[in-house]
Design a protein around this ligand. Sequence first.
Ligand SMILES: [Cu+2]
Length: 398
Amino acid sequence: MNRIHRVLLLSVVLSSAISGCSDEAKYKAMEKKYNAVQADKAQHQSMTAEEMAAHSGEAMHHGMSAETAAAPKIDTDEISRRADDLPPTLNRAQAQLVSVDLYTDEQVAEIMPEVTYQYWTYNGKVPGPFIRARAGDQVEIHLSHGKPGAAHQGHNEHSSAEHAAAGHSAHSIDLHAVVGPGGGAHLMQVGQGEDKSFSFKATHPGLYVYHCASPHVPTHIANGMYGMILVEPVEGLAKVDREFYVMQGDFYTAGKYGDKGFQAFSKDKLLIEQPDYFLFNGRVNSLSGDRALKAKVGEKIRLFVGVGSHVAANFHIIGVIFDRVYPDGVILNPPLQNVQTTIIAPGSAVMIEFTAEVPGKYLLVDHSLTRAIDKGALAELVIEGSASSPEIFQQLSH
Ligand SMILES: [Cu+2]
């Protein structure tokens, strides 16, 4: 994110926060600023270097320098958590205390190039951190409302009334791995400027979703407040070479898929369950190119795939047969074998294992394929190396 856009974004957030903070006023202000940036960007793109130099006086007036004006790309902070961003397999014989630090953070980021959205997150990314514990562990969850250190003054300087008007006077956490009322959420309603903690014993091994459970709960979830917690069995999990963390989410925006500019959250579309975006890890193409899932031929791969939001996923990897699937987060039962596509309910997750056999690029999709082709549910798995045995897959020549 370059300096102009950091400044503009901050001013968008601040001005909207100050100007009463009704959702509508806030979104209008954001949209106006964003459109101004876009217009400026278009103007700069059509300029010669000479015109650019002449224009730099005006650019300064907007708080820009000629240097930054020459790089007009809208580049907000990365919202997507990488698929390889998870703690390593636990390998310990004893239970222990697991302490988890979470903070909530609302931020405007790109859902796709030139399209921005205000996400609500745990720890600044979608999904939130992958939490790893072992059966018998005592787990402490510490949740602070707002980023510690006040880097996001635009958020932290809201008054309580403004927070309420914006719909996030409190954030919280409900972990499906918890046995107890609200999954912890009753103890963990955290208001502006507050932090709270609670502790639970991880009694039931499994792969679980966690999410925000503050009113209006579906809105908090739709905006990105979810993640996963794995409770490993006492004997641990089988050793693999690669593990990946992927969550599918449905997003509801004022405009249609791909409409440029700032897109406000559409509660109307959420209520009728008509998402504009189906996304892996928070944005379009978040797990492609240099962020693709990567492994080598012969390696054992384990995927943790969950659905944090409202629509079930039909998870499939084109050209891969899942050797083992542990549906519904049930990791103690014998797995299903040789699975093509697996359904993941909202608020649930699956563990998938397979061995990479043939090199190449594979696509992760929701096999309700318009979601993949037209609404974003697409990611890449790249297998490097040479095939262990050519008869598995080869082109025949005539
Ligand atoms: Cu929340």
